[in-house]
Design a protein around this ligand. Sequence first.
Ligand code: SF4
Length: 456
Amino acid sequence: MQNTTNHADLAEVFNNDEARVDWHDETLWWIRSKRDVAVNKINNWEELRETASQIKHNVLSNLSNYLQQFESNALSNGIIVHWAADAKEHNQIVLSILRKHSIGQMVKSKSMLTEECHLNDFLEENGINVIDSDLGERIVQLAKEMPSHIVLPCIHKKKEEIGELFHQHLGTPAGNADPQFLTETARQHLRDTFLTRRAALTGVNFAIAETGEFVVCTNEGNADMGAHLADVHIASMGIEKIIPERKHLGVFLRLLTRSATGQPITTYSSHFKRPNKGKEMHIIIVDNGRSIQLGREAFRNSLKCIRCGACMNTCPVYRRSGGHSYHNAISGPIGSILAPNLDMEKYADLPFASTLCGSCTNVCPVKIDIHQQLYKWRQVIVKNGYVPAAKTASMKIMDWTLSSPTAYHTAGKAGRMVLKYAPFMVNNKLNPWYKHRDMPEPPKESFGEWYKKNRK
Ligand code: SF4
């Protein structure tokens, strides 16, 4: 990947492969269409969305109470509860659990929180071997890449590229890119991993305050396989994953997979309540900037997210720029409103990577006002001085021009003259707009001039 952390530059790298851009776009749109079909089969979809949004509103308004209730119930169930203020603390806790048991190898199912904390790199640096058991995650792990999508981590990869990776790392015949064969190979390879690892880490989709249990949703059953076979199960959850009561699962489970892939239900929705006899179960409750976001009134709703990925599948910018262009563990529209909270300067570009069309807000199952938050982040970022100086200057000039009818008409005339007599001043490689577009023919006159002449 190019050494830059700017969405537009990274998107340009992705856009160099037009064929890849086209199928990435089409595949994600196909998933979005499947979501629409699944949603339209439920006649109370909007009611479900509103209910989920209100439940999460209640959770965010009483978060500390629900977290303490969850902790107390989890402790009485025999789960060991840890609290981590940030990514560093989370990673240290995982390492200390593994060291306590002299474990050097761990299997891990999909957890975007551990991606956010860069857990794999940290454990590898400390001599722990980690194998991701979700197929998509395993593929990006072998490729030494970040997931490009929260539900479909390797959606940016062609099957031929996956065949080549498996050939290099798992010894499959060169040139074999048959998905069925590659999946079976991964299954055999992971089966051995499951049988030999003494520790397993999973994410958490929902943590239930009322019972102290947590629920993990997967389509591959890999979280269950890892957790059931290992002696030590570690689950990592963000503080916002709480739901008050078990009955609320009925709302969220119906929304989650329909929004994510268009399936009526996730294949495995596994409940973990207490460790089996002789085994240990740990849960690490992680803040890592979430309390700060909770305190930002305009952005706190972003913590309602249930990580379904629907906003990515529908986003015209995400579909044609690829997840890696967001240079953050969580990409797409939701990543663009979460990331500036973590580091406003580093992620100042992300809220601008949007057309503000509002499609993300329309599909979000928990009714997060995503595009409005993108717009609000732009204002915060500008106020804090994190936009390039050239952009600030050009916006000032634009402000002045649009505020004065004389300046506006003069600029319009000058623009038409330049387009007609010196088009090279606009149609050149320094103009990013021109790189991917044909400039229009200059009109003979402005609308204002035409209107004056033709007004009856
Ligand atoms: S913001 Fe909404 S649509 Fe996007 S991943 Fe989260 S829950 Fe899904």
